[in-house]
Ligand binder design. Structure first.
Ligand SMILES: *Cc1c(COP(=O)(O)O)cnc(C)c1O
Length: 460
């Protein structure tokens, strides 16, 4: 990767959206009113919003122009065929089913293919994916290699699946219990970490040896392709499109949240080679998502997705994008803020236990750091720690805490400049100076499931 100061953003700004600057006093009040939960803040009270990279990109001028071509025919819209052809060209998959977002595609595919008692083997399932597998009465099985769980590492492909474990699981369970293997690229749940082509090729060989199809959860396939080109020997000279095509060639289908690498605010799809799988899927597409040529989207959304997918496999864009994530990680490391290394494709993950070692895990150190980041700099990140992941052991009634307390700063695509990243890093300077006085939090309200979205806290 070129040093960040040797080039500038490969785009210029044609339209601006003002963002509000607030005072520390205002932020202190707003976060208290929000029950110390950043999900309950109004977006307009946030200065730099790094809550998610999902559905938050800036569309290009060409995407905005494409919206005007949207053909809103209920059936057989021109926009659908344009979109289908772009997906076919990248994936090589014959059948393409649009969906309103990634989880819509998951819903259709899981309902069509997964039955009670099945297992879906993968590197590490994203949370909605895991939810859909559980809703079918099946078991989500994560087979990420141990490297992928380390905070500090020099391993270039921390998203790789453990091939021996995959082989063993397939042998033990048998193909009738494993409807497909699902590889997530990049691996969202451990920090947007890439999966190597070599690992994908082998996983495909093993799955196919057992007559089990391989699918991709490919929300960030373009970012993964960039990592392969820049980190995996033999791919330096290939185009990003060739790399993506090779990757998909090892699989039998995919599900995608277009809110990531299709550079749109809403959308998704599933695609596959096999017409039997397609026939099963469309039985559920129509009742869940809509008719086959719109799948929960307007014709104009299909146009924006088609255009975004045609733009994203661009070396300059991806170097700038992934370079900005690495830049923020470097700024934080230089200030003594411990982050997961190497940084992944879409965000920086901060080790909150190391920043606030005096706050015990039952007092939510990562949530406390998320709150302080907002108070200090108007920056919104998200907690990935005890609030999101702690579970109650049904046998003993005791709380089982997750190993890590992380704060994720996810970077929207083409939205913020490097000066925004500097502001984020400066907010951490302020936090580090007064860290010993930062207090933990106590929950005052929680919902029975997915409590992190609506939990309320008070300061200890
Ligand atoms: C975002 C995401 C999903 C779910 O997609 P939505 O568009 O949010 O419904 C599924 N898998 C991965 C890997 C994701 O990043």
């Amino acid at each position: 990767m070129r040093p960040r100061n040797e080039y500038a953003e490969p785009y210029r700004i044609k339209m601006v959206e003002p963002i509000k600057m607030t005072t520390r006093e205002e932020r202190t009040r707003k976060i208290q009113e929000a029950g110390y939960n950043v999900f309950s803040l109004r977006g307009e009270d946030v200065y730099i919003d790094l809550l998610t990279d999902s559905g938050t990109p800036a569309m290009s001028d060409t995407q905005w122009a494409a919206l005007m071509r949207g053909d809103e025919a209920y059936a057989g819209s021109k926009s659908f065929y344009r979109f289908r052809d772009v997906v076919r060209n990248i994936t090589g998959y014959e059948y393409v089913i649009p969906a309103h977002q990634g989880r819509g595609a998951e819903h259709v595919i899981m309902t069509a293919l997964v039955k009670e008692g099945d297992a879906i083997l993968g590197n590490m399932h994203f949370d909605t994916t895991m939810g859909h597998i559980l809703l079918r009465g099946a078991e989500p099985v994560n087979l990420l290699r141990q490297e992928g769980y380390k905070i500090e590492s020099s391993e270039p492909f921390k998203g790789n699946i453990d091939l021996e474990a995959l082989e063993r699981e397939l042998e033990e369970r048998g193909p009738e219990k494993v409807p497909f293997v699902l590889i997530t690229v990049t691996c969202n749940s451990n920090g947007g970490q890439p999966v190597s082509m070599g690992n994908i090729r082998e996983a495909s060989r093993i799955a196919h040896k057992h007559n089990v199809p391989l699918f991709f959860d490919c929300a960030r396939f373009a970012e993964n392709s960039w990592f392969i080109k820049n980190r995996e020997p033999g791919y330096e000279k290939k185009s990003l499109l060739e790399i993506a095509q090779e990757m998909f060639s090892y699989g039998d289908g995919c599900i995608m949240s277009a809110k990531k690498d299709a550079l749109v605010n809403i959308g998704g799809f599933a695609a596959m080679r096999d017409d039997n799988i397609y026939r099963k899927a469309i039985e559920w597409e129509i009742p869940f998502e809509g008719y086959l040529t719109y799948g929960g989207l307007a014709g104009r959304d299909l146009e924006a997705m088609a255009q975004g997918l045609s733009e994203v496999l661009d070396d300059d864009y991806l170097e700038d994008r992934i370079g900005q994530v690495a830049y923020l990680a470097d700024l934080l490391l230089a200030r003594g803020v411990p982050v997961i290394t190497p940084s992944g494709g879409h965000g920086v993950y901060i080790d909150a236990k190391a920043v606030l070692p005096h706050i015990p895990q039952p007092q939510f150190p990562a949530q406390a750091l998320t709150v302080e980041l907002y108070v200090e700099g108007g920056v919104r990140g998200v907690e990935l720690g005890a609030c999101t992941f702690a579970r109650t052991d049904p046998a003993t009634g005791e709380t089982i805490y997750p190993e890590l307390e992380l704060v994720r700063l996810a970077i929207p695509r083409r939205v913020y400049t490097d000066r925004h990243m500097l502001c984020v890093a400066r907010a951490f300077e302020g936090i580090l100076e007064r860290r010993s006085s930062i207090r933990g939090l106590r929950i005052t309200y929680e919902a029975p499931v997915l409590r992190h979205f609506t939990a309320e806290f008070e300061r200890v």
